[in-house]
Write a protein that binds this ligand. Sequence first.
Ligand SMILES: Nc1ncnc2c1ncn2[C@@H]1O[C@H](COP(=O)(O)OP(=O)(O)OP(=O)(O)O)[C@@H](O)[C@H]1O
Length: 339
Amino acid sequence: MTPGVGRRPRPRLDAVLAVRRAVRVFLAEPDVTEHLGSGELFVAVSGGADSLALAEAAAHVGGRRDLRVCALVVDHRLQPGSDEVAERAAEEALRLGAHAAKVLPVTVTGPGGPEAAARKARYAALREHVGEGSLVLLGHTLDDQAETVLLGLGRGSGARSLAGMRPLEVPWARPLLSTPRAVTRAACDELGVRPWEDPHNADPRFRRVRVRREVLPLLEDVLAGGVAEALARTARQLREDCDALDSIAKDVHDRAYEGETLRVDVLERAPSPVRRRVLRTWLLRGGARELTDAHLRSVDDLVGRWRGQGGVFLPGGVEARRTHEKLVLNRCQPTTRGS
Ligand SMILES: Nc1ncnc2c1ncn2[C@@H]1O[C@H](COP(=O)(O)OP(=O)(O)OP(=O)(O)O)[C@@H](O)[C@H]1O
C-alpha cells in the first residue's frame, strides 16, 4: 500500500492555533494572571466570529490551567427572535468547550441612541453577573482597534482616544487586540462554526461600518497594506505615552492642590499638555462636565497666557478664575428669568 493512502487528511487548524496562542500569551501576562485567582474565567459571546473563536480558545487554554470557563451571552431584546440568537450562541460556546454558558436578558433604555444604550446595558449586565475578582474576555480584534483609532482621529478627540482600547481594564480583558479579524473568521471555518452575522455590521448608516468596509480597504490599497497593524501599533505607543503623562500630571496635581484650589506657581513649571491634564481632573472633580479641548485651553491660559483676564465659564455650572496666585472654582447660581 502506498504510504498515506487510506489515511484521512488531518484538518488544518492554523487559525485556531493562532487564536489559542494569543489567549495563552495574554493569560500568562503577570498583570492578567493576578486576576485569575477565582479559578473562573468569563467570556462575553455575541455569537459573532470573534467571540466564538475566543470562547473556543479560552476553553482550551483555560482548561489546561484549571480555569472554569463560562460564556455569557447578553440578549438585548431589541429584535424579535433575539432570544433564539442568544440561545444558539450559548449552545455553540458549550459545544466549543466552555464549561458553562448563560444568557443574560437586558432591557435597553436611556439616552444616546439604541447602539449606545445597548452597549451600556450589556456592560452593566456583564459586570453585575461576574461581580468582583474575575475577568471577562471580550473579542475585540486588531481590526476593531484600527477602526477605533481612525474614528478617534476623525473626531479630533485627542491622544487618549487615539490610544484605542486597552488590553486590560479590569474586569474587561481583550486578548485578541493583535489578532486580525480574518484569523478569527478562519478559526470559525476550521472549527465548522457558522457565526451569527449581526445585520448592524453591514448597515452603512453606522460610521464604524463605513470605516470598516470603505475607508480601511482604501487605505490598505493606497498605502500598500499593513495599515490595521500600523494603527494598532500607534495606539499602543500613544497609550504608553498617555500613561506616562498621566502619572506626571498626577504628581503635579498633588503638589499644586491646596484646599480645593490649584497653586499657579506649581502649574507654571509644568508644560502645557501636563497642565491641561491636571486641570481636567481638577475641573471634573469640581463639577464641570463635557469638557472640550477649547475649554481646557481657555482655563490653561489663566496660567500660561495670563494678562489679568476674567473667569472661564464651563458646562456643569462652574467658573474657573485666577485670584491671588491660585486657580479657584466658583459654582455659578442659575440665573432666574426676569432678574
Ligand atoms: N450580545 C452580546 N453578548 C455578550 N457579549 C457581547 C455581545 N455583543 C458584543 N459582545 C462582546 O463584545 C465584543 C465586541 O463587540 P462588537 O459589537 O464589536 O462585536 P460583534 O461584531 O457584535 O461580535 P464579535 O466580536 O463576536 O464578532 C464581542 O467580541 C463580545 O466579546
